[in-house]
Design a protein around this ligand. Structure first.
Ligand SMILES: [Zn+2]
Length: 205
């Protein structure tokens, strides 16, 4: 299919590559050479990339992709925080075996936007790395791949990616989604809508 070749060529030729991963990837697990994350990693391994995900399952972080080039602003359920947010401490998986807050005795919960009070310190260091990286994409040939990002949390990827595509003259956005690939009017000439499930699309590349 010509479109797939076009995207592969665009990836090969770009200076910067911004990737968003959303809801369509919810059931995708990391690990194993045939994992979709590893397949993505094979496509982008030589590129100056950054990945933003709205998923909270932590699979992207478990994958072989470079952890310095990714951020999960909605959190990571395998990281634990106090459900009452009595402390900004965040614990790695297994660090607190009984899953009880050592400070106040309340249960721990996933460090995600689902927590009653989300401790944002978990993702902020990588968010800062992302904004620095993004500032360096201006006037660079930037390809934006939006993979399966719908409207659950559009302020994290979908809307900012549209803005990034429109402010950078050399940027081009590929929006790949089985149900929500539509583009706003302002993106004419700056983006292409690919109404195909992004998991299936990537599996076929
Ligand atoms: Zn506590």
């Amino acid at each position: 299919m010509a479109l797939k070749e076009q995207i592969l060529n665009e990836i090969k030729g770009c200076e910067k590559l911004l990737i968003g991963i959303g809801e369509e990837w919810n059931g995708i697990l990391a690990g194993g050479e045939d994992s979709l994350y590893e397949r993505l990693g094979g496509l982008i391994k030589d590129k100056d990339y950054f990945i933003v995900t709205t998923l909270t399952n932590g699979e992207l972080m478990k994958s072989g992709l470079d952890s310095k080039r990714m951020v999960a602003p909605c959190g990571n359920v395998t990281w634990r925080q106090c459900s009452k947010a009595c402390t900004k401490d965040i614990w790695e998986p297994g660090e607190i075996p009984d899953d009880i807050c050592p400070h106040c005795g309340e249960p721990l919960t996933g460090n995600t936007i689902q927590a009653e009070t989300y401790i944002e310190e978990g993702y902020l260091p990588q968010w800062n790395a992302y904004t620095r990286w993004l500032a360096g994409t201006l006037n660079k040939k930037l390809v934006i791949l939006e993979l399966g990002v719908g409207f659950q949390t559009p302020t994290v990827i979908r809307w900012p990616f549209e803005k990034t595509a429109s402010v950078n003259n050399k940027a081009f956005l590929y929006r790949i989604h089985g149900s929500f690939a539509q583009l706003s009017e302002g993106l004419r000439g700056k983006a292409e809508s690919i109404p195909v499930n992004s998991v299936e699309f990537l599996e076929s590349i």
